[in-house]
Design a protein around this ligand. Structure first.
Ligand code: ZN
Length: 366
């Protein structure tokens, strides 16, 4: 199921809305309609003016969140990091980068860029608010003044919140980058940043319990979980980068000829019981992969006519034996394939399936 829709492009990056984002729009509009000035339009009459102003404020608010993410993305792209998309969802915005750079200097620059953009936008709105509040005008004029104040205030809060020294906030990344310059390794820096983030989350939770701030408790809980996830992800990533696939691939590969029929392939599969086979042409170079899924699309009465050549997926993804498990996993998920070919000088030497790779990783990590 498609869970996000693309609404446009900025800096060449697709901007997407996640389904959960639509849930957050009505409550935001309601809040802005019912908050008294200077944070909302409760005193503005008539009703439709209140509604239009609150809706406009909500749209601008999310444009500001996109600007925050674009700012991260812009710096990332300048350092050669590809950005796949920016998605708005219920908790805000997220820019998906192909890979997060390990250079602490680059990582901290990318992380700082977002809050910096929010502070800049916030200050601009606060300055803009001044003429609206000092010069009297009609209700729209008054409304725009409130809009400017609310946007200024919220963007500054957004920046401060994002600078909290805990994952997944930008502050957590800045902290890790800072630690990575002095710690022995990236992983040690991550562990330390995670510990600081957890302590921070616990303090926040205790503070929330004492003063009855349930939002604070919820955020603290969210930060605590995210910190643990970041640690696991970094551990796995670092581990996988050190593993060459050389020892994990299956070398006794069963291959098939492109010119056999699908019925012949099925008979063969029945005894061999693999789910996918590399297809080799006459000189032994791989030209495709055929799997049970491809076979399922062939009508029953055509099994004797259709050839493997017609149904195989062409341009199979191939890597060499010294590729890291991290890169192979990335390719497998990016192209959404079940197996990847391993070649040496264009000749097939082995195959690595997603399930085998994951199983090997689990065993190696014991
Ligand atoms: Zn950010």
């Amino acid at each position: 199921m498609r869970t996000s829709i693309e609404i446009g492009k900025a800096l060449g990056i697709p901007i997407k809305l996640h389904i959960t984002f639509l849930l957050i729009l009505p409550p935001f509009i309601l809040i802005f309609m019912n908050q008294p000035a200077p944070f909302g339009f409760a005193e503005i009459e008539p009703f439709y003016a209140r509604f239009i102003l609150a809706t406009l404020t909500t749209i601008i608010l999310f444009a500001c969140v996109i600007a925050h993410e674009l700012s991260h993305s812009y710096i990332a792209m300048r350092h050669g990091v590809a950005i796949e998309s920016i998605t708005l969802f219920i908790f805000g915005g997220i820019a998906s980068m192909k890979e997060i750079p390990r250079d602490p200097k680059v990582e901290s620059r990318i992380a700082v860029a977002g809050p910096l953009a929010s502070i800049l936008i916030g200050s601009t709105f606060l300055i803009l608010h001044v003429p609206f509040s000092t010069i009297p005008g009609n209700i729209w004029w008054e409304g725009f003044g409130i809009l400017a104040f609310a946007m200024g205030y919220i963007n500054i809060i957004l920046a401060v919140f994002n600078l909290l020294p805990a994952f997944p906030m930008d502050g957590g990344r800045i902290l890790r980058a800072y630690l990575a310059k002095r710690e022995s390794s990236y992983i040690a820096a991550t562990r330390m940043a995670v510990q600081i983030g957890k302590i921070f989350a616990i303090l926040m939770g205790v503070f929330g319990l004492i003063y009855g701030g349930w939002m604070l408790i919820l955020i603290a809980f969210f930060i605590y979980i995210a910190a643990s996830e970041e640690e696991t992800a970094t551990n796995i990533q670092t581990f996988l980068e050190g593993v060459e696939i050389r020892d994990l691939i299956s070398r006794d590969v069963v291959t098939v000829n492109p010119d056999i029929t699908v019925r012949e392939l099925l008979d063969f599969m029945l005894t061999d019981r693999h789910k996918g086979y590399p297809v080799l042409d006459a000189d032994g170079s791989p030209i495709g992969i055929v799997s049970l899924t491809d076979v399922k699309n062939v009508p029953k009465d055509k099994l004797d006519e259709v050839l493997v050549r017609d149904i195989m997926s062409t341009d199979p993804i191939a890597v060499t034996e010294d590729e890291s498990a991290a890169e192979v996993l990335r390719l497998i998920s990016q192209h959404n394939v079940g197996r990847i070919l391993v070649v040496r000088d264009g000749v097939l030497v082995g195959i690595l399936s997603k399930t085998d790779l994951i199983r090997s990783i689990e065993i190696l990590r014991m």
